[in-house]
Design a binder for this molecule. Structure first.
Ligand SMILES: [Zn+2]
Length: 76
């Protein structure tokens, strides 16, 4: 298994940008937890959809355009 590629440039202005790895649970997990907290029982997503939505995420604040970017690194 190869490591996902770490983004290195600001997607907005193209400046070199040192992204940091940003660990958080995938969005679908948060949503499922919220639904269960309300007493609902959400169906699980198909595994390949979860794979697509998971992945490593990175965050970087651009010194050039001052945009904070969250980027998901996809496995090649
Ligand atoms: Zn920028």
């Amino acid at each position: 298994m190869s490591a996902p590629e770490r983004p290195q440039f600001c997607p907005w202005c193209g400046s070199p940008l040192p992204f940091e790895q940003h660990g958080h649970e995938p969005r679908y997990e948060s949503l499922a937890k919220e639904a269960r907290a309300r007493g609902a029982d959400p169906p699980r997503l198909p595994e390949r959809v979860e794979d697509m939505l998971a992945g490593e995420s990175y965050v970087g604040a651009c010194p050039g355009c001052r945009v904070v970017s969250h980027v998901i690194g996809h496995r090649a």
